[in-house]
Design a protein. Sequence first.
Length: 330
Amino acid sequence: MSNPEQVLNKQSKINQDHWLDEVRVFAPATVANMICGFDILGFAVDKPGDEVYMQRVGNPGVRIRSIKGDDGRLPLDPDKNTVSACVMMLLAHLGLETEIGVEIELTKHMPIGSGLGSSSASTVAGLFAINTLLGNPLTKDELMPFCVEGERLACGHGHADNVAPALMGGITLIRGSQPLDIINLPVPDQLVAGIVFPQVDVPTRDARQLIKEKVSLKDAVVQWGNIAGLVSGLYRNDYELISRSMHDVLIEPTRAILIPEFYEMKRIAMDSGVLSFGISGSGPSVVAISKGFEAAQLAVDRIQEHLTANGIESLQFVSAVNAEGPKVLS
């Protein structure tokens, strides 16, 4: 990822006098795709999210001290955990892998496999933490490739629609991936996401495998128009345009098959007065996007009532768009 000259340049930016002994960082969950923008749009939310506590220790190397909230599903082996693996990559990039030792405590505040960017939140929190610990030698733009690599390690596909908003905050557009070209879009003040996580299992890899490799030109034109309309609506602060643009004719019809009661949840949400409704990432979480908190809260409450009546447990989160991204807690 780097050559000796790049490492030297980075080392020149590192002042050990600015190193911290410990840091605690929160990184937010994200809603990838933003309904009509498969793999190119996403936004961050205030809750849920993941926390990383990182402490500098005497022995060089990266170690995971504990993981909470994962029900024992994540590896403690630092070579196999995406948080520690990305931290090791960054230290190697800076030429510090034999100079510094850190121990990590990861706390998951969101379900794994929820469609809310669980792996990306952890990865972003870890990379933001080590960068903060070292006095911020890298900018967020420079951290981004490491975040994308974390996604590749986690799910086999190095896409940025979760890690970009988690790291940058707000709403992001992935214009291109080679090279990576990320654009921050305007966030209307009253845009709110009501998220419901039905506790059913929809693995990301399985959801991606269902997607058709070829689509009709007619459907592609509709989707392009919706994406362009959504971006225009964000710039114009036009909620009506945002509402009529946030429709997915390419991915939702296939992925909805994996999510029980999806179309009934959609009907309930739209009847509650939200702007739009769709799948968050690869699911099973669903998102009702509204103008203001009232409609979003009403939608998720009614959806949860319906799921409970059908024997499906669920969690809900209602949040404005998170403009900050990761933040230092202590």
